[in-house]
Each structure stands twice: as C-alpha cells, then as structure tokens.
Design a protein around this ligand. Structure first.
Ligand code: MN
Length: 130
C-alpha cells in the first residue's frame, strides 16, 4: 500500500530530488531534511513511516543521527535505512550492526528504488529491530 510518509535525509540536492521524485511518482508522501539537526527535528515533527538517512551530512554523520533517533521514545521504533555511497564490501554489515534497519546504496537504482522502499515499509520485521 503506497501513501506512506517517508523522511528523506540527503544533503546532495540532486540525489534528494531524485529520491523525492521517484517516491512521489509511486504514491509515497515525502518530507525532507538536508542536515543532521534537521533530520532529528523532522523525524520528531512528522513521525514518518520510514527514514532514508544519508550517512555523510554537513553537520554530522548518519550514525550519530540514528543514535539520537533511537534514544528518543517518539522516534525509537521508526525504521531507518542507510542511504550511502559507500560501496565497500562489509559496509552493509557495519550499518546493520550500527542499528540501521537496512541499507540502500547510491547512486539510487532508478528502476527499483521505490519498490525497495515499499518492501521495507511492508516488512514488519524492520519496524521492530531486536
Ligand atoms: Mn551526503
């Protein structure tokens, strides 16, 4: 079921626009943040169904944002998906270990991105991390 609210956190405006456009075309609602500080406040304000979180932000890294989200009872259970250009083997495990629900690598795969996000929204297991 589309229509879920997705918070996109991405400081690269081209990547942000691409993610927004792909999600909106497929019926998602979106809100956006371009910094670590704004990411936390946007999550608290909008309580999105899922957060796509860039790892490299101008005022901090995504892992510290994730820690702040997990530390706040209001946002602790929102699935957070790492959105990162890091492509080295082992990074996926590193992000999952850090507490991310999943991992999407950049550049975004235009043909499959929205379906991947939908799958993550539908997967109840990612909503309740152990
Ligand atoms: Mn970035």
């Amino acid at each position: 079921m589309a229509g879920e609210l997705i918070l996109i956190v991405e400081d690269n405006l081209r990547n942000l626009k691409l993610a927004r456009d792909l999600l909106q075309i497929h019926g998602f609602r979106t809100v956006e943040a371009t910094s670590a500080v704004d990411a936390v406040s946007a999550a608290e304000t909008h309580l999105p169904h899922l957060i796509l979180l860039d790892i490299q932000l101008p005022d901090g890294d995504g892992i510290s944002v994730l820690a702040r989200l997990r530390g706040d009872p209001m946002t602790a259970r929102i699935p957070v998906v790492a959105l990162t250009a890091f492509a080295m083997s082992g990074d996926r495990e590193r992000f999952i270990e850090a507490g991310f629900s999943s991992y999407i690598s950049k550049p975004i795969a235009v043909m499959t991105f929205a379906a991947t996000v939908q799958q993550l929204c539908d997967d109840t297991s990612v909503r309740e991390p152990a």
